[in-house]
Design a protein around this ligand. Structure first.
Ligand SMILES: [Fe+2]
Length: 270
């Protein structure tokens, strides 16, 4: 499995606090069946001013620590990028890293309010040639009242990443319910751990895959943690990766087929 959202780099954000913690997180991930981790520290103006250069240096240092200990884990670059205007310029200037240098990037919306220009920013990135992967929509407190935003963004080509621990209930009943609804509606592209530490937010991915399999079946669950993440790091165009499963709900099926009629749906513009 590949974990494309993980705050494992030591001392760079609110993730692993030191090298020992990062190594212990790596051990958990390896034992869980993860062989590749995208190191995705926060880039959050005014709080976590990480840059592509700094992240790369931290990855090289931590990879050396893992290799020295014969720990079989491949680290790739990335960032958990807070939503703000002008990101396409920052990516082109190599200040903000995408996932393994691909066209895909993690995009973190505000947790408690729907930002006024959310959809425009996402569509702007898409038009600039990127695939925004929206992080943990199930944990955003404003999503239950604005679920239709997710449907529209997926129809327009954004990807959705839900958190393994949310599916299993580690973040409570609300996020679990949104995960289940999104899985049933065929609105989830990948699962990641978004791990930060060794306790409540440790890098367990297999339990999320298994819980997802209960709703979408084993083959699609594998796509969520292996096929699509591997496609992301190979920079495979989204249209060449496994399509999202059919929605179980009639409403979502209607919304998707209407969009496909209008603009060609998932195949649009890549
Ligand atoms: Fe994160």
């Amino acid at each position: 499995m590949l974990d494309l959202h993980c705050h494992i780099l030591p001392g760079i954000d609110d993730g692993a606090k030191d090298l020992d913690t990062a190594l212990a997180m790596a051990r958990i991930a390896i034992d869980d069946g993860i062989d590749t981790i995208a190191c995705t520290p926060h880039i959050y103006p005014g709080m976590y001013e990480n840059t592509a250069t700094g992240i790369r240096a931290a990855i090289a240092a931590f990879q050396a620590e893992l290799d020295q200990r014969d720990m079989p884990l491949k680290l790739l670059e990335g960032a958990d990028v807070y939503l703000e205007p002008g990101l396409d310029v920052a990516i082109k200037a190599d200040r903000v890293p995408t996932l393994a240098g691909s066209r895909y990037l993690l995009l973190e919306p505000p947790h408690h309010v729907m930002p006024p220009h959310f959809e425009e920013t996402v569509f702007g990135l898409k038009m600039a040639g990127y695939v925004p992967v929206i992080t943990h929509p199930e944990r955003l407190t404003w999503i239950p009242g604005h679920y239709d935003v997710l449907e529209r963004m997926v129809n327009a080509g954004a990807w959705m990443q839900i958190t393994a621990g949310s599916i299993t209930g580690r973040f409570g009943g609300g996020p679990k319910q949104v995960c289940e609804r999104m899985l049933d509606d065929g609105l989830v592209h990948i699962i990641a751990t978004d791990a930060h530490n060794l306790s409540r937010r440790a890098p367990y991915l297999a339990e999320g895959r298994d819980a997802a399999a209960q709703r979408v079946g084993a083959a699609e669950a594998e796509h969520l943690v292996t096929t699509r993440p591997a496609g992301i790091i190979a920079d495979t165009p989204p249209g060449q990766l496994p399509p999202l499963p059919q929605a179980k709900t009639e409403r979502r099926q209607r919304s998707r087929s209407l969009w496909q009629k209008l603009v060609g749906g998932d195949k649009v513009r890549w």
